[in-house]
Design a protein around this ligand. Structure first.
Ligand code: GLU
Length: 580
């Protein structure tokens, strides 16, 4: 159904409008996003005098249009902000929430937990979307341009059309069967049922109208009234896995400002996202457990360095799996996990010569008693970074979870399947899981928008990634590359990944790590080479100059505009569209 809504940039009611920029815009800044059209949207906003937050919001919205398989307002995200004036770092939680009716058996069928893959399609996996509320909260705090201005690049893309990228074309081809809505089938497939190919122009007037409504009326346009009714009817009326979401669930959704999780690694200060994301804490654990090793001296070509990284990942992921969940619903021992004595005790388990025989979570101070239970009855995502002329920096990661989320759509917009980021079964290894489904709770995430400060107190790099639980390993690897091995953000992101969330693990096929496999095996590592769906984006400051990095595995770009002449550089256009 196409609603006709006037695309009125001017129709901004007061509460939606941040104070207009007083001084003429200074045109400089850097953005990085997973699609060039999203990066251009960010630059357009910076050129109008928008803040880094404004640019990040415009990029999120543009990505919703051109990368519909990965992220958008039908999903959730986390945003970390550095304020140049106050030097404060704040973080915003726009993670989706479970309906109040959800409980530990939300994903049960015939008395048994469903397979993860069976739980994804349809209504039950859809959390109340959080991105719009988060954008509005961040905009109210750090925005400069009127709210409606941020929607204009995305509205143009949706209304006038955009070409399917190779990556999206590949996603439709490989994962398109996940799209269960009639609108989605017609949008992404030809009349003969074949997937629309890269280069095809898609127009999405439904989404343009939805965005125009939200631009004019604010997020309430989505969370109340006809759009919310459509959301509830769609998830509850789904042919597969119908939900029990209510209008009250949607109306009750709030973004939350959270304490960022900060810690030091060598001379750097690293700030990331706390619960319900596991990202900030797990990245810090990996790095801090490595701190007693001279990673710089070992260097990036030494298999021992990668073995140490692998072991540190294993320990950190074990703690993540055991302790991390939504701290509003379960007790999460954040302080205990980041306590230096605890980290030292965990790091002592790592040997440069051999691989641990077994991996177990530790017992940090404040760990809640683990409740033993008698036996009985996780890619779609996108990260953006932006810095503006004043030096405000934003790192934001946004997702609908799997490729094409739940496969359901409203108003040309894909709905998330974020609730399958909960543990599908409420019991894990005989214990009640911290990340079990509970009404109103937010599922644990791996998303890791991260801002790193140098010893001079200046922001050194802001980065993040997509790729489910590999995100944590991607960020740790990139930071070891930049901070220890003195690589550019671009090279550090491009470097192959070792991913070891448990025993064994994977090295990224076709990278510098593959030839190291025999040397790693001699250290007891049982690894295999395999493909990993990775996608990172960063902005970094080197000697006072900002530049950006975009994953060479993706179609992403970074763009810098400089003050006087507004020169636009594009870097790092990747070609590999093989993996979402
Ligand atoms: N839903 C995942 C998370 O929040 C991200 C999915 C992805 O990156 O593919 O951790």
């Amino acid at each position: 159904m196409i609603r006709r809504v006037l695309l009125l940039l001017a129709a901004v009611s007061l509460p939606l409008a941040a104070a207009p920029a007083k001084s003429p815009p200074v045109m400089s800044g850097t953005v990085s996003a997973a699609d060039p059209r999203a990066a251009e949207a960010g630059i357009e906003i910076l050129r109008q005098g928008g803040s880094a937050t404004d640019a990040a919001i415009a990029m999120m919205l543009a990505l919703n249009v051109v990368e519909p398989q990965s992220s958008g307002i039908g999903g959730g995200g986390f945003l970390v902000n550095h304020d140049a004036k106050s030097r404060a770092v704040t973080s915003f939680d726009g993670r989706e929430a479970a309906p109040a009716a959800a409980d530990g058996e939300w994903f049960f069928r015939d008395g048994k937990a469903m397979d993860h893959a069976d739980a994804i399609p349809g209504g039950r996996s859809v959390g109340v979307p959080g991105n719009l509320r988060m954008m509005a909260m961040a905009h109210a705090r750090h925005g400069k341009l009127p709210w409606a201005a941020l929607f204009q690049p995305a509205i143009r893309l949706a209304r006038d059309g955009f070409a399917i990228t190779p990556r999206l074309g590949n996603s439709i081809d490989r994962y398109g069967k996940a799209i269960v809505s009639d609108w989605g089938r017609a949008f992404f497939f030809n009349a003969d049922g074949s997937p629309k190919a890269a280069g095809t122009i898609l127009k999405n007037p439904e989404q343009a109208a939805l965005f125009a409504g939200i631009a004019a009326k604010g997020p309430d346009y989505f969370y109340h009234g006809a759009t919310a009714e459509k959301l509830v009817a769609t998830v509850n009326g789904a042919r597969i896995n119908p939900s029990r979401m209510t209008m009250a669930d949607v109306a009750a959704y709030r973004a939350k400002e959270r304490d960022p999780v900060c810690g030091t690694y060598r001379v750097y200060r690293i700030c990331g996202m706390g619960p319900p994301s596991s990202g900030g804490i797990t990245v810090l654990l990996i790095l801090k457990q490595l701190e007693r090793f001279d990673m710089a001296a070992l260097g990036k070509d030494n298999p021992v360095a990668w073995h140490l990284l692998a072991e540190s990942e294993r320990l950190a992921y074990a703690d993540r799996d055991t302790y991390l969940g939504d701290a509003d619903h379960v007790s999460v021992p954040v302080k205990g996990l980041l306590d230096p004595a605890y980290i030292a005790s965990r790091s002592a388990l790592i040997s440069p010569d051999t691989t641990m025989a077994s991996i177990a979570p530790g017992v940090p101070a404040g760990a809640p008693p683990r409740v033993r239970v008698q036996p009985g009855p996780e890619h779609g995502t996108s990260h953006m970074s932006a810095v503006d002329a004043q030096g405000n920096v934003v790192a934001v990661t946004s997702t609908i979870e799997d490729v094409f989320g739940s496969g359901l759509t409203i108003d040309g917009t894909v709905l998330n399947n974020e609730l399958t980021d909960f543990d599908i079964a409420p019991v894990r290894d005989g214990y009640l899981a911290a990340n079990r489904v509970q009404g109103g709770k937010r599922p644990r995430s791996s998303m890791s928008p991260t801002i790193v400060y140098g010893p001079d107190g200046k922001v050194r790099i802001a980065l993040g990634a997509a790729g489910g639980s590999t995100i944590i390993a991607q960020i740790a690897k990139a930071l070891v590359g930049v901070l220890d091995w003195k690589m550019s953000a671009q090279d550090a992101i491009g470097m192959g990944l070792i991913y070891t969330p448990g025993p064994g693990g994977v090295v990224e096929r076709g990278t510098q790590l593959e030839p190291m496999l025999p040397a790693l095996a001699a250290l007891g590592e049982q690894l295999r080479a395999g493909p990993l769906g990775l996608k990172a984006n960063a902005v970094e400051q080197v000697n006072g100059q900002w530049t950006g990095a975009a994953d060479p595995r993706s179609e992403g770009v970074a763009i810098t505009i400089t003050g006087k002449d507004s020169v636009t550089h594009k870097v790092a256009r990747g070609a590999n569209a093989a993996h979402e």
